[in-house]
Design a protein around this ligand. Structure first.
Ligand code: C2E
Ligand code: CA
Ligand code: CA
Length: 552
């Protein structure tokens, strides 16, 4: 039997090799556990042999520690049937000890009974990690990460800025890619000159740079940033052409040396994003708007981040009822995330979600939230078949390629009725490319899942989204509800939102209803459902069940 299988492994392996276009090939027989790998991969990476019995674990040992978790998860999903294919990039260690960047593609091949039989694919070796950016000659993101690790190890206080040019693609479009590269080179020269000898400048991804200093004070670094910003908008010339660049920047100061570089990068990305989206490029210093001091805050983020990687330890969901305005009966519930540990106590989601949203690990937490909410919700739906479970979906989740596949798979695994799920698009989601949103939402709606626009009226324009997405519910932000009994402006705003919703055949849910007076006014504006402390604060699941389901 095994000989027979070995012969099949070999013949499929040969076929894959013909198609592999010079990439390494691997093939695992999922029945026997035996794998075969290209001889060239065996030699290059120093693997035990062409045939291996536990190739996935052996290969994992060659993968860079920072990339290992994502790899292990992807492999786990393949082997436990959650996923049919994988496409990922990671760093792998060659036999000489250098890391090379690899792109790995793998697919499951099924037998006639639709059971997974082989897992095979190819690995492309992109060569050694490049510590130098080829366009500017500056050190790259990898160099940046290594240098920050050294600074932390030496326990040096440092300040770091991520800065980037907004709308750089327009320069590429207008003047061509080559000229775009020249602009980046010139910009790098400006940065080196203006930040000076006491700073190191790196070219990270896209038109983004990092500046690191252990010698300038945060105030001095801020001052340099302001000068650079002024200079590139007013007197920046490239090949005699005046170029107007608008830049944004986020800064942190590190005086805690136990933070992971992932946390540092997440916080910098968050700060950069805030500067770009909300501050018109003014330097955003992480976290000068939170009352506790920034060091404490970053430590907290670091702890919460590790909690996600450790199986979402300390996270739990609370549920707030959503009440039908017509009959004051329970219509559904919104899942709200909480995190708690001994050191920090209960941390509200607004403190960590916006930062972790910039982080590659967020989708993992997002999946955990969906899984928990649907598993809990299913118990209520068994009794109330029309009960709706609202789950907040963030920017980073939607951006993730496998979001929809995971979601549909999860719905199926849990046996959750898709029509009872409502995805709340939080405000930042609306920053995503509208075409991407459109194509995702047609799939979501085709599957019967409902969509709500959260925090309507705040931040970014939401009307454009209404035009292209078939939204079921608009949630009026608490901001417009909290003074509704006194403020005629707020009353008019809610009325307008209500008319708008009517025009798009969407329902209205008012958030933050705290008193019966508020509810009575809202009733006049065709609000379909209410949510707020007047009915109930968010409750842990057991309490929710006691109060609304079992107690009835
Ligand atoms: P949100 O989606 O707008 O959630 C409503 C927030 O209003 C909740 O705060 C809720 O506890 C609070 N709230 C509800 N009724 C009242 C009221 O009558 N008065 C007042 N003062 N507040 C009320 P919470 O739980 O702190 O969540 C804050 C935000 O964090 C959420 O705003 C949402 O944007 C985000 N968030 C929470 N859970 C998740 C999650 O699982 N995923 C994502 N992506 N975001 C989440
Ligand atoms: Ca919400
Ligand atoms: Ca909201």
């Amino acid at each position: 039997m095994n000989e027979n299988r070995r012969a099949r492994l070999d013949s499929y392996f040969d076929a894959l090799t013909v198609l592999s276009d010079g990439n390494y090939v691997f093939l695992t027989d999922m029945v026997t556990g035996c794998s075969r790998w290209s001889k060239s991969a065996v030699d290059y990476f120093g693997l035990p042999g062409e045939y291996m019995d536990n190739a996935a674990e052996t290969w994992e040992e060659h993968i860079h520690p920072d990339d290992r978790e994502v790899y292990a998860e992807s492999i786990k999903a393949i082997f436990n049937g959650e996923s049919d294919s994988h496409l990922m990039q990671y760093r792998a260690k060659s036999c000489s000890g250098n890391y090379v960047v690899c792109t790995c593609k793998g697919v499951i091949m099924k037998n006639e009974n639709d059971e997974p039989e082989f897992f095979g694919g190819s690995i492309r070796n992109h060569g050694q990690l490049s510590y130098t950016d080829t366009v500017t000659g500056l050190r790259s993101m990898y160099g940046f990460i290594d240098d920050v690790k050294v600074i932390c190890w030496k326990k040096q206080v440092s300040s770091i800025i991520f800065l980037g040019s907004n709308g750089f693609s327009e320069i590429n479009d207008m003047y061509g890619y080559n000229f775009g590269n020249t602009v980046l080179r010139e910009l790098s020269n400006v940065l080196i000159r203006m930040f000076g000898e006491k700073c190191s400048v790196y070219k990270i991804d896209g038109p983004k740079f990092a500046v690191v200093t252990t010698e300038l004070s945060p105030e001095e670094l801020e001052e340099c940033y302001r000068k650079v910003k002024l200079m590139v908008t007013q007197s920046f010339y490239v090949e005699g052409e005046k170029i107007i660049l608008t830049i944004s920047g986020g800064m942190i100061t590190l005086d805690n040396f136990s933070l992971s570089t992932d946390t540092i990068v997440s916080c910098l990305k968050y700060a950069y994003h805030e500067s770009r989206e909300r501050k018109l490029g003014e330097l955003y210093v992480f976290k000068n708007n939170i009352n506790d001091d920034s060091r404490h805050y970053i430590e907290k983020i670091n702890t919460i981040r590790s909690a996600v990687t450790e199986g979402c330890r300390g996270f739990f969901l609370c549920y707030q009822p959503i009440i039908n305005a017509e009959n004051e009966q329970l219509r559904g519930m919104e899942a709200l995330l909480r995190w708690k540990n001994d050191e920090y106590g209960m941390v509200p989601p607004n403190e960590f979600i916006p930062v972790l949203e910039q982080d590659a690990i967020f989708p993992k937490l997002g999946n955990w939230i969906l899984y928990r909410a649907m598993t809990d919700g299913k118990r209520i739906i068994e009794k109330y078949p029309d009960f709706i479970v609202n789950v907040n979906i963030s920017y980073a989740q939607l951006q993730h390629k496998s979001f929809l596949t995971n979601l549909f798979q999860m719905i199926e695994n849990i046996g959750f009725p898709a029509k009872n799920l409502c995805l709340e698009l939080t405000e930042r989601c609306r920053l995503l490319d509208i075409e991407l949103l459109k194509s995702m939402f047609s799939l979501i709606k085709d599957n019967g899942i409902k969509v709500a626009l959260d925090d309507f009226g705040t931040g970014f324009s939401s009307i454009g989204v209404l035009r292209v997405l078939d939204v079921d519910t608009i949630k009026v932000d608490r901001e417009y509800v909290k003074d509704i009994t006194k403020s005629s402006v707020d009353q008019k705003t809610v009325m307008c939102i209500s008319n708008l919703a009517g025009a798009f055949s969407a329902d209205i849910c008012a958030e933050g209803v705290e008193t019966s007076e508020m509810r009575d006014i809202l009733r006049d504006y065709n609000v379909g459902s209410y949510q707020g402390y007047y009915y109930s604060k968010p409750l842990v699941f057991e309490e929710f069940m006691k109060k609304y389901v079992n107690g009835k």
